[in-house]
Design a protein around this ligand. Structure first.
Ligand SMILES: [Cu+2]
Length: 290
């Protein structure tokens, strides 16, 4: 092969590499909204007042780790190719050890990355979990295998007692699911309680999920910002029909919300229906009860 051939073939190789890199960059940047959201389940960036910051944290973290990944994979492949064993090599290659600058570098850089991730996660989490004096309070009571919703809104106390869904495979089952109504643009505090075992309150589109523990109340604070129907589910394996512990979320106008409240019964169904009174449940959690 003449030197001319060699140059042109290496030029061809470089063009190929550039083409692949270009296609990769297009794949990562150009494409659908879904990719830009990092495949998160919120259909829009600001479904709630928190989904934007959660999405940013998620997507930016992935961009950083992918860049680190590309650099690392690149260096690995470069070493494998450049320092491979050649035909006439004999014995061991030159042995190297203890390179202090490199060791300091590869200790300091990951440490800085981790501290940065920590700082961003911490500030996002603090902003999300700061207690809010909400306009609407929903005391959610999880039970094997359905949901009760107690609404406190503008002095009204209303409750909805859900019955378990039966996923028979027939159409229309979704409409029989317990449905949580929320007025759009109003701040909500969810008081998360359980009547029996540990459950978990999860509306995937809201990007927030929290355990519901017998004898303990957990809180989620958020403001739904986009009207629509969302799916909710229990996210903690809680017994035989865990998979049927589903609910719908309807984010509606305040007017629609108020007219839904009118269809509900007055009052609040709380601890009195717990299968295990609070004290017993607490002891069992700590392994003291018997
Ligand atoms: Cu459950």
């Amino acid at each position: 092969m003449s030197s001319l051939d060699r140059t042109s073939s290496s030029r061809g190789g470089r063009a190929k590499v550039l083409a692949i890199a270009g296609a990769g960059a297009l794949l990562l940047t150009g494409c659908s909204e879904q990719v830009q959201r990092g495949w998160l389940p919120n259909a829009e960036r600001d479904i709630t007042n928190h989904t934007g910051s959660i999405q940013d944290l998620w997507v930016n973290s992935w961009i950083v780790v992918l860049l680190v990944g590309l650099l690392t994979w690149g260096l690995i492949i470069w070493c494998i190719v450049a320092y491979r064993r050649r035909k006439n090599d004999t014995g061991y290659p030159r042995q190297l050890s203890y390179n202090l600058p490199i060791e300091i570098f590869y200790t300091a850089v990951p440490l800085m990355l981790i501290l940065t991730f920590f700082a961003f996660s911490d500030s996002t989490e603090r902003a999300i979990n700061t207690p809010v004096d909400s306009e609407l309070v929903v005391d959610v009571r999880a039970k094997q295998w359905a949901w009760d919703f107690n609404y406190s809104y503008q002095g009204q106390e209303k409750y909805f007692a859900g019955t378990q869904a039966h996923l028979t495979g027939e159409e229309g089952v979704e409409e029989t699911l317990p449905t949580l109504y929320l007025p759009v643009g109003k701040s909500v505090t969810f008081e998360l309680n359980s009547r029996d075992v540990i459950h978990s309150f999860w509306v995937p589109a809201f990007l927030q999920k929290l355990d519901m523990i017998p004898g303990k109340t957990n809180h989620i604070y958020l403001t739904p910002q986009v009207e629509g129907t969302y799916q909710g589910k229990c996210a903690e394996l809680c017994g035989e029909y865990h998979s049927e512990m589903l609910f719908n979320v309807e984010v509606v106008s305040e007017q629609e919300f108020l007219s839904h409240l009118d269809t509900l019964n007055d009052g609040h169904i709380g601890e009195e229906y717990d299968r295990k009174p609070g004290e017993v449940a607490r002891n069992e959690i700590h392994g003291e009860g018997e």
